[in-house]
Write a protein that binds this ligand. Structure first.
Ligand SMILES: Cc1ncc(COP(=O)(O)O)c(C=O)c1O
Length: 371
């Protein structure tokens, strides 16, 4: 029997569905896992029985904590139940006539188009040798193609290509495109090893059609607890989004844990993020080098995951990897990708070595990954 939703949308596919005893490279999260301080705060929150109380439906303390951690104005912050809630609430509350997206990208963008029965403007990334490039040359065309009520959605860095748009080009995009709202989803930015000064949060003051989305779920590896926020200085957007928000959208454990962590443990969290970025840099280099030496095509990525292309169908490679209890994300469901693509999340060295040993077996056994 199908779960509700399985039959509804062909675009809803996510990683993180491996059997429990498998090493899961399909869900991109912080390879370091959940930091100690967050685990302790969760234990304390459970011991206090926070779950038996309603959270503050205005999330006053959480807003202040997010604002102070990121250097933002709290009146422009809306805390949310993960980055994904942001994408849904923005689109459902602003009711665009069309959604412009750069693909391949996070599949839920297409789910939104289906849910609202609106037009999709799909602009493909440009594949150039070993990497995917943002299609800057399409911006003028995009301006003409999008109506006055279009939302432009960009994941930066992009999932699954790992492509990152530097701030100069981000500004060019915001200057050129006349869509009613531009949403920059920075779900993976804090884990990127060359994030420099690319955050669009810095641009929110200058562009009143800009909404920036963040996922703390990814940064602190808490996909089961869930937390994120959006930031915009556009009061019209804020009012529309606030009035569509469910009153207790973030549970009281996440509310307590992240209010406390961001407010009173900020230096610990900032060092954790720095170490995470260094681990992502080191381990993606290791994975890239090892996979390439086994003949797998690896695209350049700054994010905590790598897009790869096998010479055999990923379904065959995955079957062999599963024999070693290793799971990766078949990327054939993404628009413009093929049955040969897959996405591999960066994990810690001993885990990455297990993956590489499993790939060596795949090559030995003949579901060859040689290109
Ligand atoms: C680009 C992008 N944005 C948002 C999300 C969801 O983030 P969260 O788990 O915080 O809802 C994902 C999940 O993979 C993603 O790939």
């Amino acid at each position: 029997m199908r779960a509700p939703g399985e039959s509804v949308s062909s675009c809803r596919h996510h990683g993180g569905t491996s059997p429990r005893d498998f090493l899961d490279f399909s869900a991109p999260l912080n390879p370091l896992g959940t930091p100690k301080v967050i685990k302790e705060l969760i234990r304390e929150s459970v011991a206090r029985g926070d779950y038996s109380k309603y959270p503050d439906y205005l999330y006053r303390r959480l807003r202040e904590s997010i604002a102070s951690f990121y250097g933002l104005e709290s009146k422009f912050v809306i805390p949310l139940n993960g980055g994904s809630e942001a994408l849904y609430i923005i689109t459902l509350s602003l009711r665009p006539d069309s959604l412009a997206v750069f693909e391949p990208t996070f599949g839920d963008h297409r789910c939104l188009v289906e849910a609202l029965n609106i037009e999709l403007v799909s602009i493909p990334y440009v594949e150039r040798g070993g990497h995917y490039e943002f299609p800057m040359s399409c911006l003028d065309g995009l301006k003409k193609a999008s109506g006055p009520n279009t939302i432009l959605l960009l994941s930066n860095p992009n999932n699954p290509t790992g492509a990152m748009l530097p701030v100069k080009q981000l500004t060019e995009l915001l200057d050129t495109v006349g869509s009613s709202a531009v949403v920059i989803d920075e779900a993976f930015l804090e884990l990127c090893h060359s994030c420099g000064s690319v955050s669009a949060l810095k641009l929110a003051r200058s562009y009143e059609n800009l909404i920036v989305v963040r996922s703390l779920t990814k940064t602190y590896s808490t996909p089961g607890l869930r937390i994120g926020f959006l930031y915009t200085e556009n009061r019209g957007f804020l009012n529309a989004i606030e009035s569509s928000r469910a009153p207790w959208n973030i549970n009281s454990i996440a509310e307590a844990v992240f209010s406390e962590a961001l407010e009173n443990h900020s230096s610990e969290l900032k060092s954790f993020i720095e170490v995470s970025q260094a681990v992502v840099r080191e381990e993606s280099r290791y994975l890239e080098h090892s996979l390439k030496s086994l003949g797998v095509h690896v695209y350049t990525s700054t994010a905590p995951f790598l897009l790869v292309k096998h010479s055999a169908p990923t379904s065959e490679v995955l079957k062999k990897l599963c024999e070693c209890k290793v799971f990766i994300r078949d990327a054939s469901t993404y628009p413009y990708l093929t049955q040969y693509h897959a996405r591999i999340s960066v994990r810690l060295r001993d885990e990455n070595e297990v993956l590489i040993r499993a790939y060596e077996k795949v090559v030995r056994d003949g579901a060859s990954s040689r290109s």
